[in-house]
Design a protein around this ligand. Structure first.
Ligand code: NAD
Length: 328
């Protein structure tokens, strides 16, 4: 791959999320936004005029003018749109999930390798400041518990809840646990759509780590919480509030602990130290798109590449298939 100094960028699909890609590229001085394409020409014109860029009449004309694109179409369109872009030798940032099938993801990864282009996948939660706040801690989870709940909206329901919501947590868990998946158990129900709307899954890894996840798109309020348990440490992350809390068992008295509670072992006095690592406020989408541009420039590598996107999809589909088997 030849690095590009100031990549020319297009956005394909400028609905709810695509408009934010346009907004961020417009602000990124390391990239040059050349325009947008959307099958809904009225929407393309509306977004182009709001962000002072060009609405292209076809995806081919957009591709002729750029080096890279964000693909922010509905998920079912990702594979066909991305294939076209990759064959035209354009780097692609594909919103999550990468595709709807693992075969489609494999085909894109293969094509990208052949054409020397980058695939990055929009698993934006990896850049959530509350998760990044744990950067200085050595994480070696033994048990992970996740809740991701959202009120019902029609958007995103073209795919089941596992591919819409749970896949964010699957991606994070696969990044946290460096061990192959040993077994999966899952169950779920359909309530608002013909597809699965509430899902619960438990993954056991070969190193013994267990992750339990619940995702729902039938909730009153949004919840996005993760708890990580490991030897002598317990972490809670609230992705929505941007709050990260760490409880650690200390072998000595720790004068820096904000709050301590003694553990009652007379021969082996230990304390629990509580700490709130600073959560540095940042726009996660701005960070992931800046990482995409820097990767095209040859200065960084994608935080979530095509293979990571494919791995998360593979587990998500296994979970979803298991739920369908359970229901029928
Ligand atoms: P949306 O329906 O609001 O927008 C999709 C847009 O794509 C529409 O304007 C539509 O006209 C256009 N479109 C459809 N087919 C097209 C094609 N072949 N070529 C060009 N344009 C086309 O959907 P959305 O909510 O913006 O979601 C888009 C994608 O982003 C989905 O894959 C979704 O899973 C993903 N998403 C990711 C996150 C996240 O947290 N990272 C959040 C929301 C959505």
């Amino acid at each position: 791959m030849n690095p590009i100094l100031k990549p020319r960028i297009g956005v394909v699909g400028v609905g709810h999320l695509g408009q934010h890609h346009v907004k961020h590229y417009q602000k990124l001085s390391s990239a040059a936004l050349v325009g947008v394409f959307d099958t809904d020409m009225n929407r393309a014109n509306e977004i182009a005029s709001a962000y002072n860029t060009t609405a292209f009449p076809s995806v081919n004309e957009l591709l002729n003018s750029c080096d890279a694109v964000s693909i922010v179409t509905p998920t079912v369109q990702h594979a066909s749109v991305a294939e076209k872009c990759i064959r035209a030798r354009k780097h692609v940032f594909i919103e999550k999930p990468i595709t709807t099938t693992v075969d489609e993801a494999d085909a894109l990864i293969h094509q990208a390798g052949k054409n020397g282009v980058i695939i990055q996948v929009g698993h934006i939660e990896r850049l959530n400041p509350a998760l990044r706040a744990l950067g200085d801690y050595a994480l070696n989870p033994k048990y992970i518990e996740v809740q991701r709940l959202a009120p019902y909206t029609a958007r995103g329901t073209d795919v089941p809840v596992v591919l819409d919501l749970m896949i964010h947590d699957i991606d994070i868990i696969l990044a946290l646990v460096s061990s192959p998946v040993k077994s999966i158990h899952a169950s779920g129900v359909s309530l608002m759509t013909d597809s699965v709307d509430i899902a619960n899954a438990r993954i056991r890894f070969e190193n013994g780590t267990v992750a339990s996840m619940t995702s729902s798109r039938v909730a009153k309020d949004k919840v996005r919480k993760t708890k990580i348990f490991q030897k002598d440490m317990y972490v809670t992350i609230d992705f929505l509030l941007g709050l990260t809390e760490v409880y650690r068992v200390m072998s000595d008295k720790n004068p820096k602990a904000i709050l301590t509670a003694p553990l009652s072992e007379e021969n082996n006095p230990r304390e629990i130290a509580y700490k709130k690592p600073p959560v540095i406020s940042a726009d996660a989408m701005q960070l992931e798109l800046a990482n995409f541009i820097a990767s095209i420039q040859g200065e960084e590598t994608p935080i979530v590449d095509g293979i990571a996107g494919r791995e998360a999809l593979d587990i998500a589909i296994q979970i979803h298939d298991m739920i369908l088997e359970d229901i029928h």
